[in-house]
Design a protein around this ligand. Sequence first.
Ligand code: R5P
Length: 297
Amino acid sequence: MKVIGGSSSEALATKVARELGMESGKLEVKRFPDGEKYLRVLEDVKGEDVAVIQSINRTPDELLFEYLLLVDTLKDLGPGSVVSFIPYFAYARQDERFNPGEALSFKTVSKLIESVGTDEIYTIDMHQHRVLKSTDVFKIPSHNLSAMPLLADFIQRTGNLQKPLVIGPDAEAEQWARLAAERLDTDYDVFEKKRLGSENVQIRPRKANAKDRDVLVVDDIISTGGTIVEALKILFSQGARKIDVACTHPILAVGALDKIYEAGAKNVVGTDTVPSPISFVSVAPLIAEQIRKEGFR
Ligand code: R5P
């Protein structure tokens, strides 16, 4: 078997391969002078099961195209199977036509991924809001893993939380708040969120009260930081003692991290699905575990 990382996930692929006691497969990726991409697989993959790891993150269009080149090429080289790990799956938020004539980007990207012959796909905490299951979008076998237990373990080791309360900033975050709370053996709640624009949200609390509690706020993505900042305002106004923040995908648009620290967060942590200054938790063990379970040859 081979583990091959695309440009966005080379370091992650190296870690996954190390967990499996092997070296990651090599690619040559460069640009022609006119800006077109060149890709060459430097491995003999004939008859081998290949795990491709490519987060489609900060430059999604470029990384998606590279993914298509990579998997199409691998499939031509006669592998056993190509199973893809797309730790951050861009475009999942455009899963509906909010205004007439809009592209259904989630559907288009999924079709492209299938079109090159991907045999099976794994994502990690993929944004699932209106589309509730990856199997509603993909025709190929698909699985959505969660990094939340790994993040909660990290917070438990480093955060020294007293009487912790886990909060998800919106209804969709219930799944992550529940997982983190289970791991921390404590209670959780979610807020109600209304999006007013790409950078502005309105958040209202529900039952939980953060008075005199250490709080862990969890979400799938931090992009502009607007959601987390609004959640922090509510929690501090309720009397929270200390607030830590954990997210799977630290996209972190310019200024987001500063805004969150200025709003009073003590620690902010994310994973390496999107490499960032707060990517202290690696999803490599999660991916390696699935590869072991798949019984790759
Ligand atoms: C949306 O519902 C997601 O789960 C996140 O809450 C959202 O993407 C965060 O975006 P921002 O950091 O820009 O508020």
